[in-house]
Design a protein around this ligand. Structure first.
Ligand code: HEM
Length: 393
């Protein structure tokens, strides 16, 4: 018998402090049933990783949110990556991997570093500021749209659009309704921006259309694939960078350690991804009956995978709640795992490394001048405001 737990993961109080509930989820068993949303759930690292790996049983094509696309209308045409299974996913992912290449990122890295250096230099020693708009949003918005080749006007729409998309993986609650209301203009802007004529030559967007010209996908598929960059590429990194600054402010000894040994930068970024829980959860749907640790999940069940809980599972990590930049954090599922593992993970890492790397020589101390406020979201553990002061080195 699968254990049942009286917890609604989309309750506002739970979304505000999800980590407080993860131990109960993990301890209830390798798989638990949540009557509040009529779904199964997994929160231990071993089971979450195994489910992410087994893409034939735990499918994505029926939606990676609460809605089952086999019987419910998706809020927009499904993603050809995130919400698609092989064989289509093999083709679209192969094409997108060639576009989002490490080689093309290496070319832009010096420019990204110069932009991060200038942004951080302008914030040091100026008293208290909100690090969310001033840094966590400002930096991705200063580099990512150019990488894709987006038009100049309206780039600020990317954040409310991402907010809707990540809320839409949860129930049709007030958070989603509010985000949709706010993002009407953003949705129209994103749809237009994905069209070929609105993408600059040379950018990743234009390269997706070049793949269509080679017959690797249709022009209509190209438009939807460009949309994937816009949906997944901004709100995620904004919160990833915000979380990293928040983490170092809360654990000043780790900041001092990183300043003393900047070679720990890559490891530190990986630890922020493990510890921070930017993407809290994603769903899968079972394509047939499956037994997990002797417990049956029937075909057609929605299964909620708690990535953030897996990343702090004491069965996998020692002292998991502590932010420790010397830790070997690889193996975390902050970017997912298996065939759907984050397409933009190198972008996310490079952005975070540029910002934190710019702070190392310039910021002696990160002081939180008021309590950080969360921006509640059905999927992201998002930071709304982060008032800090950068004490000059
Ligand atoms: C800190 C930043 C980021 C985090 C934490 C993150 C997290 C994730 C996670 C957990 C998944 C797996 C979804 C699943 O298994 O169902 C994923 C997939 C994906 N991510 Fe990211 N992401 C980040 C940044 C980005 C960026 C910058 C881009 C675009 C350049 C991006 C594009 C994608 C796409 C297209 C997928 C779907 C891949 C597929 O299904 O094959 N992400 N991401």
């Amino acid at each position: 018998m699968v254990a049942s737990l009286d917890l609604n993961p989309f309750d506002l109080a739970v979304l505000a402090d999800p980590f407080a509930h993860h131990a109960a989820l993990r301890d209830a068993g390798p798989v638990v049933f949540l009557p509040s949303i009529d779904c199964f759930a997994m929160a231990r690292h071993a089971e979450v990783q195994a489910a992410l790996t087994d893409f034939e049983i735990y499918v994505s094509g029926r939606g990676v949110g609460l809605a089952d696309f086999s019987c419910e209308e998706p809020w927009r045409p499904p993603s050809l990556l995130l919400e698609t299974d092989p064989p289509v996913h093999d083709r679209t992912r192969g094409l997108m991997n060639r576009v989002a290449s490490l080689a093309s990122l290496r070319k832009v890295m010096p420019e990204w570093q110069a932009k991060a250096d200038a942004l951080v230099a302008g914030l040091v020693g100026h008293g208290s500021f909100d690090a969310v708009p001033a840094l966590a949003e400002a930096f991705p918005l200063s580099v990512f749209p150019d990488l894709i080749g987006l038009r100049e006007d309206g780039r600020e729409h990317l954040i409310p659009y991402g907010t809707v998309a990540f809320n839409a993986f949860g129930p049709r609650n007030a958070l989603l309704a509010e985000a949709m209301d706010r993002a009407q203009a953003a949705t129209a802007w994103v749809a237009e921006s994905c069209q070929r004529e609105n993408l600059r030559p040379g950018g990743w967007g234009a390269q997706v259309y070049a793949a269509a010209d080679r017959g690797e996908c249709s022009p209509a598929e190209a438009e939807r694939l460009v949309r994937s960059f816009l949906t997944a590429g901004v709100d995620t990194t904004v919160n990833g960078i915000g979380t990293a600054i928040h983490a170092f402010a809360q654990f000043p000894a780790e900041w001092h350690l990183l300043r003393a040994d900047p070679s720990l930068l890559k490891r530190a970024v990986e630890e922020t991804l493990r510890w921070g829980g930017t993407v809290q959860t994603f769903f899968r749907t079972t394509s047939r009956d499956v037994d997990v640790a002797g417990q049956r999940i029937p075909e057609g069940s929605k299964v909620l995978l708690f990535l953030a809980a897996a990343n702090r599972d004491p069965r996998r990590w020692s002292d998991p709640d502590s932010f420790d930049i010397t830790r070997q954090a690889s193996g975390h599922v902050g970017f997912g795992f298996g065939i759907h593992q984050c397409l933009g993970q190198m972008v996310a890492r490079m952005e975070a490394e540029a910002v934190i790397g710019a702070m190392i020589p310039r910021v002696a101390e990160i002081r939180e001048t008021a309590l950080a406020q969360r921006r509640l979201n059905n999927t992201l553990h998002a930071i709304g405001t982060l008032p800090v002061e950068f004490v000059p080195a």
